[in-house]
Design a protein around this ligand. Structure first.
Ligand SMILES: [Zn+2]
Ligand SMILES: [Zn+2]
Length: 331
């Protein structure tokens, strides 16, 4: 596939979009911009645009790998295109007789601007070494570019491994299931809720709960309630959103709740149900008390387990998931 060279205006427009991304204020959808760059590089990994695109994709890899983008396809395509470009770069072709651009010290805005400038023949011709205090070959040396491509592939692959959920719930059965086979709900709920104190264990606990809910592992109705409440505590703690692998697993778990409980099924009449009437800040203590050593009354437990209570909980989670999908650019 041949790539049609960008016009000067298009290259300038791309530079502006990329500057918005690296300053964390994207003007338009960053997925479209980054996908476009990945596609161009994939179409001509050893072509005239290679050098500029490797610089661009390195400078934007931190953004793509930061969790701001929940759609893994963009990251996959960026990594694959960089890998293809890497195969065309021979680091040994460098005699070391010139400076090399270095991502540890460059200014991201300048890097993407130079990257976009190098996409056109005219831009390459008009490169001004004084403006960037580096000769053109510092940006175009295969050794420097191979290092940039490798670095970006590693960052993107690391994020993709996380998004596949590798290793996240390893060992958690031992942690959250007591020797008698019952779920340790207070520990699970506290961990799932503790976003600030434990930003890794909190979503891992939510993910573990979600998997256990979906798998229908022989849990008692009490344990299932404890899993759902812990999951919902996790969801409300992460108001700024979670992406793969958390979001789809949590959506699947909440989908096991009946969203249309018949009014006649509920014996509580006008009694308010506790999930929606408990203040956010009081929910964790309400849940740990429910599963604490002092067993609550059967009536109280029935009120928490009531399908109407659970459908309130599910509604709230579904609203969060919808917001997460928008905030974290998942679809
Ligand atoms: Zn060199
Ligand atoms: Zn009820």
């Amino acid at each position: 596939m041949s790539v049609v060279e960008l016009s000067e205006d298009e290259a300038e427009e791309l530079a502006e979009s990329l500057c918005g991304i690296v300053s964390d204020y994207p003007m338009d959808d960053p997925r479209v911009t980054l996908q476009g760059c990945a596609d161009r590089l994939a179409a001509g990994p050893g072509g005239p645009e290679r050098d500029g695109l490797v610089i661009i994709l390195n400078a934007t890899a931190w953004y793509a790998a930061s969790g701001r983008i929940g759609a893994s396809e963009v990251l996959q395509d960026m990594a694959a295109a960089l890998g293809a470009a890497l195969a065309t770069l021979d680091p040994d072709a460098c005699d070391g007789g010139h400076p090399h651009v270095d991502s540890a010290s460059w200014d991201l805005g300048s890097a993407v601007s130079v990257g976009a400038q190098l996409l056109t023949e005219k831009g390459r011709r008009l490169y001004d070494p004084d403006e960037h205090e580096l000769p053109l070959e510092a940006w175009r040396c295969p050794k420097a570019l191979a290092a940039l491509a490798t670095e970006a592939v590693e960052a993107l692959s690391d994020r993709l491994r996380k998004m596949r959920g590798e290793g996240i719930t390893d060992g958690l059965d031992e942690r959250y299931v007591a020797p008698d086979g019952r779920v340790d709900v207070p520990l699970l709920a506290r961990t799932a809720h503790a976003k600030w104190q434990n930003p890794d264990a909190s979503p891992a606990a939510g993910l573990w709960a979600a998997h256990r809910i979906v798998s229908g592992t022989a849990d008692t109705p009490e344990d299932r309630l404890g899993l759902l409440l812990s999951l919902a505590l996790c969801v409300s703690a992460w108001y700024d959103g979670l992406v793969d692998p958390y979001l789809p697993a949590m959506e699947a778990a909440i989908a096991t709740i009946d969203l249309t409980p018949g009014e006649t099924d509920c014996p509580h009449g006008d009694t308010p149900h506790p999930w929606s009437t408990t203040q956010h800040r009081d929910r964790l203590s309400a849940v740990t008390a429910l599963f604490g050593p002092k067993a609550p009354s059967a009536e109280w437990f029935a009120l928490w387990s009531c399908p109407r209570n659970l459908s309130d909980l599910a509604d709230e989670c579904l609203t969060s998931f919808k917001n997460w999908r928008t905030m974290r650019m998942c679809d």
